[in-house]
Design a protein around this ligand. Structure first.
Ligand code: FES
Length: 214
């Protein structure tokens, strides 16, 4: 099921309310905004509701947030439906958001999607039969220098290829620890070939590496 369209009525819970802990968090969030501007808290409150409710926001949660903020319900619906990070229908335990914008596509994001389909049986807009993985195709996530990449729940996984994506999916399925960030061990967004410029300003150990490459 796509996470973009609202869930059908039979999947919508009749009611929603924050847990006592999250209600306290919500009150602190709302208090950050000046009197009369509480509506500005709608995005963090939707995020809080999504984290509480298995990574998706049911209609009842939107209504609850609207009542909490004392705004018309449409004010919450329009925000939740505009931002793709809010899932309006159930998603798998792992939400795989694969970037297919030009830099990632040029670096073979097709191989990432193929690996996901081979390992989970799910294509973009679908959830695997075991309910573990939901796949989404998304626009640039801002990690183009380490393309191709995907976001899994809150974390980025970069420098992917077919094999590395398969290995990542296997590890997630088996509950093994995974390494967030570059899957090739690249530090940050350093050049794949190592440092190549500003040699005179580099620390001695880096200068030594650069001499080795010459
Ligand atoms: S194009 Fe994929 S992260 Fe920017």
């Amino acid at each position: 099921m796509s996470s973009g369209a609202p869930a059908p009525a039979n999947l919508q819970p009749a009611t929603f309310e924050f847990t006592p802990e999250n209600l306290e968090r919500a009150k602190k969030i709302i208090a950050k905004y000046p009197e009369g501007r509480q509506q500005s808290a709608v995005i963090p409150l939707l995020d809080l509701a999504q984290r509480q409710h298995d990574n998706w926001v049911p209609r009842a949660a939107m209504d609850y947030i609207a009542d909490l903020l004392e705004v018309p319900r449409i004010r919450v619906y329009e925000v939740a439906s505009f931002y793709t990070m809010f899932n309006k229908a159930p998603v798998g335990k792992y939400l795989l958001q694969v970037c297919t914008t030009t830099p990632c596509w040029l670096c073979n994001s097709d191989a990432v999607l193929k690996a996901i389909e081979d390992r989970t049986g799910a294509r973009p807009g679908q959830t695997s039969e075991d309910g573990l993985f939901t796949v989404m195709e998304v626009e640039c996530l801002g990690a183009c220098v380490n393309a191709p990449m995907m976001q899994v729940n809150d974390d980025f996984f970069e420098d992917l290829d077919y094999e590395r994506t398969c290995a990542l999916i296997d590890a997630l399925r088996e509950g093994r620890p995974v390494t967030v960030g570059s899957q090739t061990g690249r530090h940050g967004s350093q050049a794949q070939a190592g440092p190549t410029s500003l040699a005179d300003q580099a620390p001695p150990e880096i200068r030594a590496q650069m001499r080795t490459k010459e």
